[in-house]
Design a protein around this ligand. Structure first.
Ligand SMILES: N[C@@H](CCC(=O)N[C@@H](CS)C(=O)NCC(=O)O)C(=O)O
Length: 207
């Protein structure tokens, strides 16, 4: 059985959990990171050279980097609907995944840690405001794209890109500040809520 190392408050762990739900794959999950066991523990460090959650163990092989794990699992199950085989189609899914893990992720760190996790090291009002502004600008990018595609980030159908972007939108909705009115984002969120994996690991799974 697949083994997932990482505590479920982590957005990056949730990506893997939701992917398993989409694919109907059973898994065992082991707590590491956050307020569970520290990732600095040598027993965890032996699992991954980068020392971060999530880590996936499959038949003795270890995989890390959340978006890579999502792609690996979709490919392992031959789910071309989630991760297309044709290079151009696939690139349209992967570009959103790469943007999520690089540019988009960086916008919300300060405001999320400050206002949701209430980390005392992230309480500077100017930096909170700057982070929130960047977060909203990034969400507006997705709002415009959704208005164009009509349904999902990479086109009309649900793909791996929606797992990683969808959890980011869930996080945006968790910030206790007034949000701009973005109708395509609201419709997208409602659409994601029709999926059991998102309800479990996004909407109802905390932030
Ligand atoms: N790029 C990595 C980032 C992984 C990452 O930042 N993991 C965080 C949790 S979301 C972590 O391991 N933090 C240390 C901890 O939880 O103790 C990925 O997408 O997997």
């Amino acid at each position: 059985m697949l083994k997932i190392y990482g505590q479920p408050k982590s957005i990056n762990v949730r990506k893997v959990l939701w992917t398993c739900a989409e694919l109907g794959l059973p898994f065992e999950r082991v707590d590491w990171g956050g307020d569970t066991r520290p990732v600095t523990d040598p027993a965890f460090q032996r699992l991954t050279p980068v020392g971060m959650i999530p880590v996936l163990e499959d038949a003795g092989q270890m995989f890390w980097e959340s978006n890579s794990i999502v792609r690996y699992l979709a490919a392992r199950e031959g789910r071309r609907d989630l991760l297309p085989g044709a290079p151009a189609e696939r690139a349209h899914v992967e570009k959103w995944m790469d943007w999520q893990v690089s540019d988009f992720n960086n916008t919300w760190r300060y405001v999320f840690l400050g206002l949701v996790r209430r980390n005392p090291n992230f309480q500077d009002p100017a930096q909170i405001a700057r982070s929130w502004d960047g977060f909203c600008s990034a969400v507006r990018v997705i709002d415009r794209e959704l208005a164009r595609t009509g349904a999902h980030v990479a086109g009309p159908h649900f793909t791996c890109a929606d797992i990683v972007i969808g959890l980011s939108i869930h996080r945006w909705k968790s910030i206790p500040l007034e949000r701009p009115d973005l109708p395509a984002i609201e419709r997208y969120y409602d659409r994601l809520c029709e999926r059991e994996g998102f309800r479990t690991y996004g909407r109802d799974g905390g932030v």
